[in-house]
Design a protein around this ligand. Sequence first.
Ligand SMILES: Nc1ncnc2c1ncn2[C@@H]1O[C@H](COP(=O)(O)OP(=O)(O)OP(=O)(O)O)[C@@H](O)[C@H]1O
Ligand SMILES: [Mg+2]
Length: 418
Amino acid sequence: MPKLRLKRGDILRLEGLLSLQVEEGRVLISGGLYEKGSKISIPKAKSLPLEAEEDAVVDYSLGEGGHIEHLSERTIPPEWDALIRDIVDKRPRLVMVMGNVDVGKTFFTTYVANTLLRHGIRAAAVDGDVGQADIGPPSTVGVGLFERPVGLLYEIPMLSAYFVGSMSPSGHMLEFIVGMARMVERGLREAEMVIVNTPGWIFGGPARSLQLHLVELLRPDIVVALQQDKELEHLLACIPQTNVRRIPTSKSVRPRSRDERAFLRELLLGRYFNNAGRMVLDLRRVRLERCYYRTGQPIDQRSLGIREPILHAEKLPEGLLVVVKRALSQDAIRELKKRFEQVKVIEAGSERYLLVGLVDKTNELLGLGIIERIDYSRERMTVITPVRDRDRIWAVQIGSMKVKPSGKEVGVLRPGSF
Ligand SMILES: Nc1ncnc2c1ncn2[C@@H]1O[C@H](COP(=O)(O)OP(=O)(O)OP(=O)(O)O)[C@@H](O)[C@H]1O
Ligand SMILES: [Mg+2]
């Protein structure tokens, strides 16, 4: 293996694919301490800074796209260190990191938690990035524990995750908020400090509302505003200023394009379902959540007085829900609307590829699933899932996004239609 001989204070930028092993001395990678014998692998297209704490020798091997560059200055702005020193001294319970996309929120979270670990403080991180989730699979928010230093956030072990329903919080604000609250609660139970990484969705009415309500709900001790310029000021204007700490972004931030993000999402989701199997759930035993279907009183389809075949019918307080094999004629719908205020028509098969969350008795997420089909007459749902233990599944949370097991996104479900 080739070797790097580093002098105390040397700074490197490490780009994956790359693996390193410290042979002598101590280095900091993403703020985490790596000593003699420690190893790290950096995947393709990820880049991390290394700082030599003392003279050191590291062995390395480069893979595809791998690269090591000597830098003339630190990639960590001095304001970050001042803030982290404060955090180490004052030990707030909850720190929330706010920022636009691509400003280094995830890196900052990792850097802080790694640094805290060096001071003997065990932090948990809550990952509010739903699409590019580092903790838990895409479409969830998750919480994990920093037990040892890591280069990248996704390496920390997950404690719990919560299914949001899609790849973005925008159509699932309530699920997102509930999930974040639950993850923070869990983190606070297990760690001295929780660092919350929020989504980079900051402009426009709904985004403002989400961010500010998140602050109101979580009541963080510190809001870290990571900004390039003044792009967070419209939000900060509505937050008690005593809690806000503004810090600049690093010059080393590497932005990701829209395509790159979509590609990464697909890759992660595909990887998640890679070893998935098929499972049949009995809907008389397993509850459905976040949908209209099976929340009403069953009615005899013959009493509806229409000729077209109906697979399932139930009376909802809002009206009628029917599941049909083929779209109903306008006449039939008109007929039903005369008797029921609202008529919801589900075409059998439209549930295919719907992303769902599978939860246990205590409502804890066991994993994700993809609906393959529902047998509406026999009341059975077939899902593709990496979850193995069928007996632990107590409920299915219906999402709004359709994906294939390869990770490819193939459509969405209209809100309220299922
Ligand atoms: N201080 C820094 N030193 C070195 N590299 C950095 C620093 N800050 C960010 N980066 C790099 O910039 C890239 C983007 O950072 P990161 O993923 O943390 O941004 P983000 O705000 O979380 O983005 P997203 O909006 O996609 O969640 C990463 O490769 C990260 O390693
Ligand atoms: Mg991020």
